[in-house]
Design a protein around this ligand. Structure first.
Ligand SMILES: Nc1ncnc2c1ncn2[C@@H]1O[C@H](COP(=O)(O)OP(=O)(O)OP(=O)(O)O)[C@@H](O)[C@H]1O
Ligand SMILES: [Mg+2]
Length: 317
C-alpha cells in the first residue's frame, strides 16, 4: 500500500494506492487563492500547502479506510515544480515515512503524469507514444517501460497549457484559463480567425507566435468588438493549439512506428483535443491535472530509498 503526496504547484494532493486499486485520491486546489493574482504566487502556494498537507493526507487515509501503519511506502513528488511548494510535500512525506520506519519513494512529476495512464479503469501499458501537455511542459515521449521515457520533442517557448492560460488572460477569462477557453469555444466558430500553427524543426513545438497573434487580433478588433466575438476568438485560438498538438503527435507516430498514442496532463482534459484524436488513449479526466494518484502509480516503478537514508533528499525546481 502506497501513500503518495503531491505539492509541486498549486494543488495539495494525497492518494492511497493498493496494488492496482486506487483506494483514495484527494486534491485540494488552491486555484481560487491565486486567481486574483492572475497566476500562481510561489510563496502563497508554499504557505497554503503547509496548512493543507496534513489534513489532505489524513483525508486520503480515511477515505481509503486505512491507517498510517498500513502504509508500506510513502511516495512524494521530488520535482520539477516550485521549490518551496515541493519542499513542503517532501518534508511531510519524510516525516510520515520516518515515523513508521518505512521506505520513501521520490517521484519525478513528469513520470507521474505518464503513470496516470497505468491506472484503472483502462490502464495503458508500454510501448506507446505519449503526448504530455501541461501548464509547464509540452513533450512528445517514447515510452518503452512503465513510468519512464525518452524525449522526442519539446516546446521551444511556451507550454500548451501556458498558451491556453495566457490566451484566457487576454480574453479576460481569468486564471487558470484552459477549461474556460474549452467551454467558451463550444459557442464559437473555430474558422472565424486564422491563427498560425508554428512549424518548427523536428518534433518540437512553439506557441509564442500564436499568443502574439491573439494579442494583435484583440488589439485590432478593439475592446468592444473583441468582447462581442470572444467565443469565436476562443474557438479559433483553441483550434490552432489543438492542430499543433495533433500534427506533431501524428508525425511522431509515423517517425517512431509506435502505433499507440496516449495523452496526459492538464491539456488532455481539452474536449476538442479528445475529439481530434479518437484513436488515442487519454488519462482519466480526474487524473489529467495534478493529483497524487499518478505519483503513487509511478512509485510502483521507482526504486524506494530505505529508512532513514532519505532524510537528506532534496527537491529539484
Ligand atoms: N479543458 C482544458 N483545456 C485546455 N487546457 C486545460 C483544460 N483543463 C486544464 N487545462 C490546462 O492544464 C494546465 C494545468 O495542467 P497540469 O496541472 O497538468 O500542469 P502543471 O502541473 O501546472 O504543469 P507541469 O505538470 O508541467 O508542472 C493549465 O495550463 C490549464 O489551463
Ligand atoms: Mg503537472
Amino acid at each position: 500500500m502506497i501513500l503518495a503526496l503531491e505539492t509541486s504547484c498549486d494543488e495539495t494532493a494525497a492518494a492511497v494506492l493498493d496494488g492496482d486499486d486506487l483506494r483514495a485520491s484527494v486534491v485540494a486546489s488552491q486555484a481560487e487563492l491565486h486567481a486574483r493574482y492572475g497566476g500562481v504566487v510561489p510563496e502563497v502556494a508554499s504557505r497554503r500547502h503547509l496548512e493543507l498537507v496534513v489534513p489532505v493526507a489524513r483525508e486520503a487515509l480515511t477515505r481509503a479506510g486505512a491507517r498510517l501503519q498500513d502504509v508500506e511506502r510513502v511516495a512524494v513528488t521530488q520535482g520539477p515544480g516550485l521549490i518551496g511548494a515541493l519542499l513542503v510535500g517532501l518534508s511531510a512525506a519524510k516525516a510520515l515515512a520516518w515515523a513508521r520506519r518505512r521506505p520513501l519513494v521520490p517521484v519525478d512529476h513528469l513520470r507521474g503524469h505518464v503513470a496516470s495512464l497505468h491506472l484503472p479503469p483502462d490502464p495503458v501499458w508500454p510501448p506507446f507514444l505519449c503526448l504530455l501537455a501541461t501548464g509547464g511542459h509540452t513533450l512528445l515521449l517514447e515510452v518503452r517501460e512503465p513510468a519512464s521515457f525518452s524525449v522526442l520533442g519539446t516546446t521551444l517557448d511556451d507550454a500548451a497549457g501556458e498558451a491556453f492560460d495566457k490566451g484566457a488572460r487576454l480574453l479576460g477569462l481569468g486564471y487558470p484559463g484552459g477549461a474556460a477557453i474549452d467551454g467558451l469555444a463550444r459557442e464559437g466558430d473555430a474558422e472565424a480567425f486564422a491563427f498560425p500553427v508554428a512549424r518548427v524543426g523536428g518534433l518540437d513545438f512553439s506557441f509564442s507566435g500564436l499568443k502574439t497573434a491573439l494579442l494583435y487580433t484583440v488589439r485590432d478588433l478593439g475592446a468592444e468588438e473583441a468582447e462581442a466575438r470572444k467565443a469565436d476568438l476562443a474557438a479559433s485560438y483553441q483550434r490552432a493549439i489543438v492542430r499543433a498538438l495533433v500534427e506533431r503527435a501524428r508525425a511522431a507516430a509515423e517517425r517512431t512506428g509506435l502505433e499507440r498514442l496516449a495523452v496526459v496532463g492538464g491539456v488532455a482534459a481539452n474536449s476538442e483535443l479528445r475529439a481530434s484524436l479518437p484513436d488515442a488513449a487519454f488519462a482519466p479526466l480526474a487524473l489529467c491535472t495534478d493529483n497524487a494518484a499518478m505519483i503513487a502509480s509511478a512509485a510502483r516503478f521507482t526504486d524506494p530509498v530505505p529508512y532513514p537514508d532519505y532524510l537528506s533528499l532534496d527537491a529539484y525546481a
